[in-house]
Write a protein that binds this ligand. Structure first.
Ligand SMILES: Nc1ncnc2c1ncn2[C@@H]1O[C@H](COP(=O)(O)OP(=O)(O)O)[C@@H](O)[C@H]1O
Ligand SMILES: CC(=O)N[C@@H](CCC(=O)OP(=O)(O)O)C(=O)O
Length: 247
C-alpha cells in the first residue's frame, strides 16, 4: 500500500474492511510505504531530501527520522486501523526474524536492496491467524538501518511467501500517454512506455517490482488503486482490475 493512503482515514478504513473480509479466506500480508510522511518528518527536522528514479537518497544521519516515520508512526497507525477492522495485525520491520536480507545501494546512501531470506516468522504468524504488517525498514549486515522502497519491499515479501502481489496506489493502475488505464502490460510493452517517458518516478519502481516478481514467481502482478477497495474482491474472483503485468 502506498503511503498516501494513510492520509485518508476513510479510504484506509474502507480498504482494511475489505482486507478483513478477504482474510477469512486467504492469508494476507500487508506492506506499506509512507513517502509523504517521510517528506514531512525530514522537513520538520530541517533536512532536505531528493529522489533518484523514484527512490529516496537516504544519508545515514537521516535514518533515525526516516525510521521514526515509517517503522514508528506510520506502521503503528496502520496496525491500529487494521485492528479496528478486526484484523489481528502485527507490526514488523523487514528485518524481523531475518525475513529479508539486504545489500546496500551505496549510490543512494542507506538504501537497501531486499531479497527473500527466511519465511519462518511470517509463516508462523499466518498459521496462527495474525496479519503481518511490514514497514519498509531493513538493516545491513553491519547492523545499520536501511530505507527500502515499499514496492520493492513488497516484491521481496511476496517472493518470500510465494504469494500474489497486489501493488495499491493513488491511481487506478498504469495509465497511457492519454491518461487511460492500461489493462495488461508485458515486459516489452513496459519498456517502450518507460523509454517514451509515459511511466516514470514512483510508477517506474512499481513496474520494476512487478516485473521482477512476475519473473521470479511466473505469475502476473496487479497494480491497482486503493480508492476502489472492491477491486480486491473482484481480483479474488478472477476478474480483471487495474493493470495486470506479466513477464
Ligand atoms: N504511467 C503512469 N501511470 C500512472 N501513474 C504514473 C505513471 N507514471 C508516473 N506515475 C506517477 O506514479 C504515482 C504513483 O507512485 P508513487 O507516488 O510512488 O505512489 P505510492 O505512494 O502509492 O507508492 C502516481 O500518482 C503518478 O503520479
Ligand atoms: C528508498 C525509498 O525510496 N524509500 C521510500 C520508503 C517509503 C515508500 O516507498 O513510500 P511510498 O510507497 O508512499 O512511496 C521513501 O523513503 O519514500
Amino acid at each position: 500500500m502506498g503511503g498516501r493512503l494513510l492520509q485518508d482515514n476513510h479510504a484506509l478504513d474502507a480498504l482494511l474492511k475489505v482486507v478483513a473480509e478477504l482474510s477469512t479466506q486467504y492469508p494476507i500480508v500487508l506492506v506499506h510505504g509512507g513517502g509523504d510522511q517521510v517528506d514531512s518528518w525530514l522537513a520538520t527536522f530541517g533536512f532536505s531530501t531528493q529522489k533518484i528514479d523514484g527512490q529516496r537518497v537516504s544519508p545515514k544521519e537521516q535514518m533515525p527520522v526516516i525510521t521514526g516515520a515509517l517503522a514508528g508512526a506510520v506502521n503503528s497507525l496502520m496496525v491500529s486501523r487494521a485492528q479496528l477492522q478486526g484484523l489481528k495485525a502485527v507490526g514488523l520491520t523487514l528485518a524481523a526474524g531475518k525475513s529479508l536480507k539486504f545489500e546496500v545501494n551505496t549510490k543512494l546512501g542507506a538504501v537497501g536492496i531486499a531479497k527473500a531470506n527466511d519465511g519462518t516468522l511470517v509463516n508462523t504468524l499466518l498459521q496462527s491467524g495474525f496479519v503481518p504488517v511490514f514497514s519498509s525498514i531493513g538493516q545491513s549486515d553491519a547492523g545499520d538501518l536501511l530505507n527500502v522502497n515499499a514496492d520493492l519491499a513488497a516484491a521481496a515479501i511476496c517472493q518470500l511467501v510465494q504469494g500474489q502481489l497486489v501493488l495499491l496506489t493513488d491511481v487506478p493502475g498504469i495509465l497511457d500517454a492519454e491518461g487511460k488505464l492500461i489493462s495488461t502490460l508485458d515486459g516489452k510493452g513496459a519498456q517502450a512506455l518507460v523509454e517514451s517517458g509515459v511511466i516514470k518516478g514512483g510508477m517506474k519502481v512499481k513496474l520494476d517490482a512487478a516485473l521482477e516478481t512476475a519473473a521470479a514467481l511466473r505469475r502476473s502482478i496487479v497494480v491497482a488503486g486503493w480508492q476502489q477497495p472492491n477491486d480486491l474482491l473482484k481480483l479474488m474472483q478472477q476478474q480483471a482490475v487495474g493493470t495486470c503485468i506479466s513477464e
